[in-house]
Design a protein around this ligand. Structure first.
Ligand code: DOR
Ligand code: ZN
Length: 349
């Protein structure tokens, strides 16, 4: 089979991204808006986005940071806390301010300290979300330090997610950034209201990448990459044509100094090369023709949103990813820094 020299897709969306705030915002918004028409913007700011007012103000800051000429729609999320007001969340969804709620188990990851300490504490919110059809986006890891870090997703599914779905069988749930065969199997077997996002980096790397000739902070994210066999399960799910699996980069920029540190932050910055990175994987799996549905159709269908109009084109041109990307004094090392990718997204005029 000959490989195409270019690939045109309906404009895609990113169903999970960290755009940050302050001086990082401009860089993150520009890189995401060059790639995607819409993005589900994570609320783990300091302080977290828990109210309509905070979300509206964040939306304005994102829009103001978006380079002129790029047509980009941020979709906001509410950060669930033990004390979140169910009415605030429901009103935000009904008014179109919030597209979903994000559940961070307290302490699971970056800026999750205000997250939920026990999911039972938010049963009232989940009940109301189930009723109005508002999606719950889940960081699926237990925080118990006794549980091995590589097992935290599988243990979460068994001990938190399964019971939660038994209590709220109609709740729309997206298990975010899945990293294990266990998650693939769980989501595949679950009813249609349960879906998952898959990042580009988890399709590329396995846990060896963290220790490749030395400690590699830029390969560190949460959930941490697992063994090769889990990566294979994720690849098969992504290219399977199953609409429960769709694109969510979890692109999470941290300043270079915060990554290259004795206690480096979790997060991989894929935004500058996200689509190209997914395209490589779909091509390697011999399923390039399925990239469009994964990137541009299954996500909006799950969220009940219209598909985007317009298209983007990927060209088969080798590009070398920059060692570092910079803006407003911030330096971030992107995914695949200094390495080659076989595809390049054609920039729109
Ligand atoms: O690697 C990660 N980075 N995982 C997360 O869950 C959060 C994110 C961040 O905000 O940096
Ligand atoms: Zn995330």
């Amino acid at each position: 089979m000959t490989s195409p020299s270019q690939l045109t897709l309906r404009r895609p969306d990113d169903w999970h991204v960290h755009l940050r705030d302050g001086t990082m915002l401009e860089l993150a918004v520009a890189d995401t808006a060059r790639q995607f028409a819409r993005a589900i913007c994570m609320p783990n700011l300091v302080p977290p986005v828990t109210t309509r007012a905070a979300a509206l103000s964040y939306r304005q800051r994102i829009q103001a940071a978006c380079p002129a000429g790029l047509d980009f729609t941020p979709l906001l999320t509410a950060y669930l806390t033990d004390a979140i007001d169910p009415q605030e969340v429901a009103a935000g969804y009904e008014e179109g301010v919030f597209a979903a709620c994000k559940l961070y188990p307290a302490g699971a990851t970056t800026n999750s300290d205000a997250g939920v300490t026990d999911v039972r504490n938010i049963d009232a919110v989940l009940e109301s979300m189930q009723e109005i059809g508002m999606p719950l986006l889940v960081h699926g890891e237990v925080v118990n330090p006794e549980v091995d870090v590589f097992d935290r997703e599988a243990v979460f599914i068994e001990t938190v997610l399964e019971p939660l779905l038994s209590r709220f069988p109609g709740l729309k749930v997206v298990l975010e950034h899945i990293t294990t065969r266990d998650a693939v199997n769980f989501v595949t077997a679950a009813p249609v209201n349960v879906a998952a996002t898959i990042t580009a980096h988890h399709l590329h790397i396995d846990r060896n990448a963290l220790f490749d000739g030395g400690l590699r902070p830029h390969a560190y994210c949460l959930p941490v990459a697992k063994r090769r066999g889990h990566r294979e399960a994720l690849r098969h799910a992504a290219v399977s044509g199953n609409p429960k699996f769709f694109l969510g980069t979890d692109s999470a920029p941290h300043p270079r100094s915060a990554k290259e540190s004795a206690c480096g932050c979790a997060g991989i910055y894929t935004a500058p090369v996200a689509l190209e990175s997914y395209a490589e994987v779909f091509e390697e799996e011999g399923r390039l023709e399925r990239l469009e549905a994964f990137a541009s159709e299954y996500g909006p269908r799950f969220y009940g949103l219209a598909l985007n109009a317009g298209s983007v084109t990927l060209e088969r041109t080798v590009q070398t990813v920059p060692e570092v990307v910079e803006n407003a004094g911030q330096s971030v090392v992107p995914f695949k820094a200094g390495q080659e990718l076989r595809w390049r997204l054609r920039q729109r005029a």
